[in-house]
Design a protein around this ligand. Structure first.
Ligand code: GLN
Length: 270
């Protein structure tokens, strides 16, 4: 292509890639918004833009998630930086934010996000509930670095590095929120998730190992009447009901995602 290449010609490349992804990638390369790209489709772009766009489009075609190509993902009300050290926040995980906001009022409470990754859940909650004191932990120092960057300007949030709740004081938390790895090793969906950290996705024992661990730890970390709120896989609700009941949790509530799939569960320690 020449210096005369027009935006609509660039957007016509790789038609098998969803148009919204092509628009977002081009907007990113041009340092403009997606609406700007749509409104300027007759503008010409420079050769450097063309090659930068083409390189990213090829990565996208090869399966790299758009969020990693752009370096961000929008979640709840914010834009979160992401990289290969963090899971890309999913729309269904917004259920955890919505449920957490409904579980506790905006009063001084300690909320713990275990395995915070990019910080999406913890930061969204801290921004929605200024009276809460939000603590977020992750085992991965690289993920925590991303979360800390995302938390810039967010008040009342503290980060810990540690294996689940090990660094947290017992009986000190009113609500634990957690989106642990829960995909069974060998699950066919993993073939599409090869760019994301497997430690954030895969868990042994039919995907239940980490969920079980968090349930046991929550028992020690929660104060009386505290709530545990977990995201889980599409086929794990029954196993979790049993695990929660066997660990003295009650007032169990289940949540479905936008695809009508059971996706989260909460329970109280009373
Ligand atoms: N919900 C994600 C997926 O199915 C997995 C997230 C997780 O393991 N916590 O792609």
């Amino acid at each position: 292509m020449t210096a005369e290449t027009k935006i609509h010609e660039l957007l016509a490349l790789e038609p098998d890639t969803p148009l919204i992804e092509r628009q977002l990638i081009l907007a990113h390369v041009l340092n403009k918004t997606r609406s700007w790209v749509i409104a300027h489709d007759l503008d010409s772009v420079r050769d450097a833009t063309y090659s930068a766009y083409k390189e990213r489009l090829t990565r996208c075609k090869q399966g790299e998630p758009v969020a990693y190509i752009l370096g961000y993902k929008d979640f709840w009300r914010h834009r979160f930086a992401v990289n290969a050290a963090t899971l890309i926040p999913r729309p269904e995980t917004e259920i955890l934010v919505e449920a957490a906001l409904a579980i506790l009022p905006n009063e001084p409470n300690t909320i713990l996000d275990l395995g915070t990754g990019s910080g999406a859940i913890a930061i969204s909650l801290a921004n929605e509930r200024p009276a809460w004191y939000v603590v977020a932990s992750d085992f991965s120092a690289d993920a925590l670095a991303v979360a800390k960057r995302n938390a810039k300007g967010t008040k009342k949030i503290t980060f810990f590095q540690g294996d689940w709740g090990k660094a947290i004081k017992p009986n000190s938390v009113q609500l634990i929120v957690c989106n642990p790895p829960y995909i069974e090793p060998g699950d066919e969906h993993l073939a599409e998730l090869t760019f994301e950290p497997s430690s954030a996705l895969i868990s042994p024992c039919k995907g239940l190992h980490d969920l079980h661990k968090v349930i046991k730890e929550a028992h020690d970390l929660l104060s009386d009447g505290g709530t545990l709120l977990l995201e889980h896989g599409y086929n794990q609700q029954d196993a979790l009901l049993e695990l929660l009941q066997n660990n003295n949790f009650n007032h169990i509530q289940t949540y479905i995602d936008l695809n009508q799939t059971p996706r989260a569960i909460s329970a109280k320690l009373i």
